[in-house]
Design a protein around this ligand. Structure first.
Ligand code: SER
Length: 871
């Protein structure tokens, strides 16, 4: 095959490399920390802050092949997957980007050349048509005058419903963030006079070229960016379907292997079952890659999406009649088909398989549990309609699929209110969205002011206001109660970076007072983000900037402790751990790192010990500046995926710790006081997270634990030396008593059995026992019933006892009489008459209720029912 996906990818990268683009690796499916996306949904995500002008990137022309997932937010293809041959949740996006370098003309020329030139993709020019945003005359002219497309092949696309920028040709990353007009290239699948762009039988979109010119701050507010950029995206699977001439993403080389495997494994007809097989094929790729990027199935955020995808695939498996667990068995073929990620995923294969297997087993349990609950609800129904809230809560609490509930209801002639369910789901989604949107709003301001950071040594300085922004717009002043960003010539405020949170504090002069809630970097400017509480601050005002020193001191302790932790981990684990992230605030520190083995309690203790020793040694923390290369060559630790400037600050703690770091630190380790690890856990494949506290917070942690131990000692009347032997003794005693109890129970069973049997009556050759008993233990009573049943052929046993003002009934039958009456029927009769609740099965059922004055009549009623049925 000439154009395999692998070849297409290489050609794409080479084409742009030849045109002076730097090849950048795909980022993770999990977006960078300050993104408000759940999953990476486009190639441009990793450059979001570059487009917004927040960071300067070392290259102005780059090319990448990005793993993407479109399962929510502005770009959600989940519901189309399987039904549409051209939609996937997980896909790879080929993209070239210009950050203020080339613009519309070059971007269009590049795309056209790659698609149509005989040395490249060689698509006949007449097979392509393009769309442009109706206001983008420049792009229109380029297509018409430079590319020489006829007017019929350039379609101008308007806004939908007259809503400004709500157009297929105005691309937006999310509800907020970078956006701009775009021009799209379509492949014509057949000749038509006029093309319906949404009709995938006529044409499909293959390449989107976006001209990023705005930052969307909120629904109605688009702020022009200082530098216009280019972001292009071409779905690998779609272009492969064109170049391989197969008319479906699911038939391209990488996907067809998985499809064929599923068909072969379960002897399925590929055409008849096309949709379900497509869905499973798509979802296994997504699940493998999401888990590969360290997300586990769970009930919220990303884990929830993963769970949803897995469960959807499992339900389709169920629909296809696949009886055994199957999904995890597709991991191997999926990894093979994802050729370029193979190496990375292969290492995690068993891990991914295990997770999927567990999830599938758990889902089977959920289905069983859901079915049992649903049956209960159905039995309790007073009318013929199941409450929508119950349907939703089955889904929300245990994950029982709504469609399945609906199907079961329909099969049982029970009505459901589809509209009401839809509304409840919508309401829930809205709440979820609000929760998810709880991420930081993006502050984008453009300024070339270089703020001088003085906060390593000064905590309060007098300086001049250089810029003011309100609602991200540059202003001359900020007035009382307004929120905004103030930039000063100098500042002691540390802007959030390297895991350390931004400083808080105040900016003031005689007439005004601005409360700083956070501090962030905006390229070279340090932005104080907060609210003006009184007066008014104007550009050029002289102000005092003062940080919250108490908080900063606590942060410093935690930051230095993080360095000590990294060095101690390295030493104790004897492994080249790699930092994967950190978070440092005034209360605690968090450090994520790669380490594949278990960290036992002894190691944790050793690490704590090492750090506390370094604290007691009161070592000096030295810092100086040097070039990045120099630091690297001298073994200073740095983050592999981070961009560092030519000159960096290096931090040395004796000969123990060496790191490149801009953060704020204590002068000597003794200032940390004390260090205590509070947790160490696996957060994903091969990644561990340690959380720890220092100083007063650590002391408080230790003290609280100590108090708990004191409490236990007092309760058990023991002391520190004997507490463990005492607990062990109690455990031993408990086991002994349990054993004794079992022996006694066996004896009781035999005695009680005899007593009960004597009280049995005979109704038409059926042993019938109805009895109030002293024993208040359902388990034991059921045991006695089992023993009785072994000695009779046909029988009905109804026992009840009183406990805590309630009467508990247990009914049981020998199964040979189930046509006459079942245990659940008996319990239903009792339940109705005593206004109780309960349930069970044919052979055994129970219920409870408070009022039993009518009980004799009820039993008579049951007896006569039996008699009438037999006669
Ligand atoms: N960001 C645009 C898209 O995803 C182009 O890459 O379509």
């Amino acid at each position: 095959m000439k154009y395999t996906t692998h070849i297409i990818k290489n050609m794409f990268l080479n084409f742009f490399k030849n045109h002076k683009h730097k090849i950048i690796k795909s980022s993770s499916l999990i977006p960078q920390e300050d993104s408000n996306l759940l999953f990476t949904n486009a190639g441009m995500n990793q450059f979001q802050n570059v487009f917004l002008g927040k960071i300067q990137y070392p290259f102005s022309q780059v090319v990448s092949i990005q793993k993407c997932l479109r399962t929510g937010g502005k770009h959600n293809d989940l519901n189309q997957v399987g039904y549409s041959p051209y939609h996937n949740t997980f896909f790879e996006m080929l993209g070239n980007f210009s950050f203020g370098s080339y613009f519309k003309k070059e971007a269009i020329l590049y795309a056209w050349k790659l698609l149509t030139h005989q040395n490249w993709f060689n698509i006949p020019k007449e097979k392509l048509l393009v769309t442009v945003y109706y206001k983008d005359q420049e792009s229109y002219n380029i297509w018409k005058d430079i590319i020489k497309l006829s007017k019929e092949n350039i379609i101008q696309v308007k806004d939908k419903n007259n809503q400004k920028y709500e157009s297929d040709n105005f691309w937006q990353m999310n509800e907020t963030g970078p956006c701009g007009p775009c021009t799209e290239i379509f492949f014509k699948k057949k000749e038509c006079k006029i093309y319906d762009l949404n009709n995938k039988k006529q044409c499909i979109e293959i390449w989107n070229i976006v001209f990023i010119q705005f930052n969307k701050i909120n629904k109605n507010n688009l702020v022009p960016l200082k530098t216009a950029s280019v972001d292009t995206g071409m779905g690998l699977e779609r272009i492969a379907s064109v170049l391989q001439n197969v008319h479906s993403n699911y038939k391209i080389d990488s996907m067809i292997k998985i499809k064929n495997y599923i068909c072969k494994m379960h002897k399925l007809d590929a055409i008849k079952n096309n949709i379900s097989i497509n869905i499973i094929t798509d979802h296994i790729r997504a699940a493998v890659c999401i888990i590969g990027d360290q997300i586990l199935p769970s009930n919220d955020n990303r884990g929830y999406i993963l769970r949803k995808i897995i469960r959807r695939a499992l339900l389709h498996g169920n629909k296809l009649g696949i009886k055994k667990i199957f999904f995890y068995k597709l991991v191997s073929i999926t990894i093979k088909s994802l050729k370029d990620f193979k190496e990375q995923l292969q290492q995690k294969k068993i891990y991914i398989e295990n997770i999927l297997k567990q999830e599938e087993l758990q889902f089977i349990k959920t289905l069983k549990k859901g079915l049992a609950l649903l049956r209960c609800y159905i039995k309790k129904l007073k009318n013929n309609q199941l409450d929508s809230k119950i349907i939703f809560s089955l889904y929300d609490t245990i994950g029982f699929p709504i469609d399945l509930t609906k199907n079961i209801c329909y099969e049982n002639n029970i009505q459901v209110n589809e509209k009401e369910i839809k509304n409840i789901i919508l309401e829930h989604k809205k709440n979820q969205k609000n929760k998810n949107n709880n991420c930081k709003s993006i502050h984008t301001i453009h300024t070339n002011i270089k703020s001088k950071f003085t906060g390593y040594k000064n905590y309060k300085i007098i300086t001049i206001v250089k810029k003011i922004f309100v609602n991200n717009e540059e202003c001359q002043k900020i007035s009382k109660n307004q929120y905004g960003i103030i930039i000063t010539a100098k500042t002691p405020f540390f802007a959030e970076s390297g895991g350390q949170i931004g400083d808080t504090g105040i900016i003031y002069n005689q007439k005004s007072f601005f409360k700083v809630n956070n501090t962030q970097n905006f390229i070279n400017s340090i932005g104080h983000i907060g609210q003006l509480q009184s007066g008014m601050i104007q550009i050029h005002d002289i102000v005092t900037t003062k940080i919250n020193l108490k908080k900063r001191i606590l942060i410093k302790k935690n930051h230095t402790a993080t360095h000590l932790l990294q060095a101690s981990l390295q030493e104790e684990l004897q492994y080249n751990i790699e930092q994967k992230g950190s978070f440092i605030n005034e209360k605690y520190l968090r450090f994520d790192f790669s380490y594949p083995n278990i960290i036992n309690i002894e190691s944790i203790f050793n690490i704590e010990n090492k750090i506390n020793k370094k604290i007691q040694n009161n070592l000096i923390i030295q810092n100086k500046c040097c070039t990045f290369e120099n630091a690297k060559n001298h073994g200073y630790k740095f983050l592999k995926n981070k961009y560092y400037p030519t000159n960096v600050r290096i931090l040395t703690i004796s000969n123990f710790s060496k790191e490149i770091c801009k953060g704020t630190h204590v002068n000597r380790t003794g200032e940390i006081g004390i260090f205590k690890i509070i947790s160490c856990k696996n957060i994903s494949f091969g990644i561990k997270r340690i959380e720890a506290k220092t100083g007063t917070y650590a002391f408080k942690q230790i003290y609280e634990k100590y108090q708990i131990i004191e409490n236990i000692q007092n309760t058990l009347h023991t002391d520190q030396n004997t507490i463990i032997p005492k607990i062990k003794k109690l455990q031993k005693n408990f086991l002994y008593l349990q054993k004794q109890n079992n022996i006694l129970n066996q004896k009781i069973i035999l005695v009680e059995k005899k007593k009960f049997m004597k009280k049995m009556i005979n109704i038409k050759n059926i042993h019938f026992l109805f009895l109030q008993v002293e024993i208040q233990d359902s388990k034991l009573l059921k045991n006695i019933i089992d023993h009785i049943k072994k000695e009779i052929t046909s029988g009905i046993i109804i026992l009840f006892y009183k406990k805590n003002n309630k009467y508990i009934f247990i009914a049981s039958i020998t199964l040979n009489i189930k046509k006459i009456i079942t245990a659940i029927q008996i319990i239903n009769i009792i339940k109705k008459n005593i206004n109780g609740y309960g349930g069970g099965k044919e052979e055994l059922a129970e219920c409870a209720g408070k009022y039993i004055h009518n009980i004799k009549n009820i039993i008579k009623n049951i007896q006569s029912q039996i008699i009438s049925k037999i006669s």
